[in-house]
Design a binder for this molecule. Structure first.
Ligand code: FAD
Length: 294
């Protein structure tokens, strides 16, 4: 019988209270500094906490974002620690009530922030290893972009950096200028694909698993991190295991409906774990122990 591995919470930072707030349940009122369109349904918001306080997040962690009278939702921090100073970035897809209203906000508007919360990816354990990133759709921003940027900003600490990125169609691509830069860099290997091409697309066509034959890895020195829509995990995991990467070296992030963000309310419970606190980042070995994970 498979026994549940011990969850290492050392990659969780202590939730902070900002601007005189003493409760992790009270949002801090932050200011939107900039809004950038990424695609027809996704925007990146640059956020400033009071007094330009550093958020202090780990890649893979999230904040609870709120608007009074509308609601609150978990959103991954898109900025890497290396690129977080007095502001940080959130990339938000318009999905429903709250995110719909957030998409109408402009620079100068205010927004509530709690966190950072959750277990991030343990990048310190990735050092010296090759890192394979497999990102589907919004997964590139939330929360893989900070992992990639952190590695690029400390390049000598890691082995090869291989990034596979797929979206349903070209109109859903994120960070187009950055993708063009990544394609030119010689210190990373970058491959992207779309499920369905349009007249603008001259690149690879096919689901993300069709990129796997293009890469060769050393499974004994590779850690994989994959985030994407739920359907992707099953097929990407088959490919990663097929390449010989062990379940302990495969990291993923699961989206669960969350309310409190701090392991009290139980909304995000997956079997005996709280996704907001024990996750949202898990190894495949850990996830195998949860019947409800996939
Ligand atoms: C850890 C984590 C990190 C995330 N990071 C990001 C991120 O960086 N960027 C981003 O864009 N999103 C992110 N998400 C997803 C984001 O939290 C949701 O899209 C958000 O909660 C939607 O809120 P809303 O009020 O706009 O939508 P809602 O009004 O809640 O609706 C969203 C969708 O869910 C459906 N829905 C509503 N209520 C229920 C219910 N009870 N059960 C099932 N379906 C329901 C709606 O019909 C709609 O299709 C993250 C989620 C998690 C858990």
């Amino acid at each position: 019988m498979y026994t549940s591995p011990t969850i290492n919470r050392t990659t969780t930072t202590t939730p902070k209270a900002y601007n005189g707030n003493t409760s992790i349940y009270l949002p801090t009122i932050a200011t939107i500094e900039d809004v950038r369109d990424e695609n027809y349904i996704t925007k990146t918001f640059t956020i400033r906490l009071p007094n330009g306080q550093n958020l202090g997040q780990i890649p893979g962690q999230f904040v609870m974002v709120s608007l009074p009278g509308i609601g609150e939702a978990p959103i991954s921090v898109m900025s890497s620690p290396s690129r977080t100073g007095e502001t940080f970035k959130l990339t938000i897809r318009k999905a429903g009530d709250l995110t719909g209203v957030i998409h109408t906000l402009k620079p100068g508007d205010q927004i509530g922030i709690r966190g950072p919360f959750g277990r991030g990816f343990p990048l310190e354990t990735f050092q010296g290893k090759d890192v394979l990133i497999v990102a589907g759709g919004l997964g590139l921003a939330a929360p893989l972009r900070p992992v990639i940027d952190e590695i690029l900003d400390h390049r000598a600490d890691y082995g090869r950096l291989i990034v596979l990125y797929g979206t349903r169609n070209p109109s859903e691509l994120l960070f187009r200028e950055t993708l063009a830069e990544w394609e030119k860099r010689d210190d990373m290997e970058f491959h992207m694909t779309v499920d369905r091409a349009d007249e603008t697309w001259t690149g690879h066509v096919g689901v993300i698993t069709t990129l796997f034959p293009l890469i060769q890895i050393n499974p004994y020195n590779t850690v994989a991190v994959t985030v994407g829509p739920p359907v992707m995990y099953r097929f990407v995991t088959i490919e990663l295991l097929g390449k010989g990467i062990s379940p302990e070296q495969i990291w993923m992030s699961f989206e669960r409906r969350m309310k409190c963000g701090v392991g009290k309310c139980g909304h995000c419970q997956v079997n005996h774990r709280y996704s907001c606190q024990d996750g949202p980042s898990w190894t495949y070995a850990e996830a195998l122990a949860f019947e409800e994970a996939f």
